[in-house]
Design a protein around this ligand. Structure first.
Ligand SMILES: [Zn+2]
Length: 311
């Protein structure tokens, strides 16, 4: 069995994952706010999952930029920035080998091993969550680029001169089509007083509007929610049309909470993206939802070590 650890902004999950991708034993803790608490949290996770197991390797998926060669956390903005400069493998010693990478690359490794990308070598994946992550496999290798940043599709420009993004760029996909972007649009519409289901339901506390609320109101036919959704999807269409020409994948996989919107997302993508890409690519590149469901974070993390072993 392999140990997968998924380090997120709100929680850290660890699980034993077998060679078929099944999760055997898992444990979750809240994401700590200091390095000392982080050490204790990892110790607790190891004790709860791997103490008496024969672990063949550890995979760690983490937000930010992780140097794959030695698992050093190079950049991790936000509440866990105390991990910057730390080597993740040190926290799980004596377990070895340890592979660590950005969480979107871990998600793609999971899809290549056990999900929609099985048997494929050229795959583009976007994780549409609070932010937008991305990863690219080319010729069966997870592409990292010169600085480890390659694949960050959330920071492709879709609105020239648009809003400032956390990355320093302006008008990134993440500023226009992420859970946070959709929520901000909806909150703005309610505060402006636009007559809509969103306003009827959330006038008392518009700041509590979630991405799922926007999707549900759009699905129920609310014109304001639909407009927000369709605008966002049009930015994703822009991004994918450009990315397909750059990456030329055999498959596009979309994961994250926004992908749970289902056909409301995939139908317009499958209709519009080929119109813009067929001429050069000569085919409609399939755009499909991620298949590794519950536990995709830990399964993806464990897949980092399995995939690198060619298992
Ligand atoms: Zn950006």
């Amino acid at each position: 069995v392999y140990l997968g650890i998924d380090i997120g902004g709100t929680r850290i999950k660890a699980a034993l994952v077998d060679a078929s991708g099944a999760v055997a034993r898992s444990h979750v803790v809240a994401s700590p706010l200091s390095l000392a608490e982080f050490r204790c949290a990892i110790a607790e996770l190891l004790k709860a999952t791997a103490a008496d197991a024969s672990v063949a390797g550890v995979g760690i998926g983490c937000k930010g930029i992780i140097r794959a060669s030695d698992t050093l956390v190079e950049s991790l903005p936000g509440t866990m920035d105390y991990l910057e400069g730390q080597t993740l493998a040190d926290f799980v010693a004596p377990f070895a080998p340890v592979r660590a990478d950005n969480d979107a690359r871990a998600a793609l490794a999971g899809e290549l091993m056990f999900g929609a990308g099985r048997g494929m070598r050229d795959v583009l994946m976007l994780t549409l969550g609070t932010g937008v992550g991305g990863a690219i496999a080319q010729a069966g290798v997870l592409v990292r680029g010169h600085s480890g940043v390659a694949g960050h599709a959330g920071h492709i420009t879709v609105e020239p001169g648009g809003a400032k993004c956390i990355c320093g760029n302006r008008g990134c996909l993440e500023t226009r089509f992420s859970a946070k972007a959709l929520e901000l649009e909806a909150i703005g519409a309610v505060l402006r007083g636009c007559d809509s289901l969103l306003r009827q339901r959330h006038q008392a506390n518009p700041l509590a509007i979630t991405c799922a609320d926007v999707v549900n109101c759009a699905r129920e036919g609310d014109a304001v929610a639909r407009a927000i959704w369709e605008q966002g999807v049009s930015y994703l269409i822009d991004a994918l049309a450009g990315l397909l020409h750059v990456v030329d994948p055999e498959l596009v996989i979309l994961g994250g909470q926004i992908a749970a919107a289902g056909e409301m997302l995939f139908e317009p993508l499958r209709r519009e993206v080929p119109l813009r890409t067929m001429r050069m690519l000569k085919r409609a590149v399939p755009i499909v939802p991620a298949q590794v469901g519950d536990g995709s974070g830990v399964v993806g993390a464990a897949s980092l070590v399995m995939y690198s072993k060619g298992a």
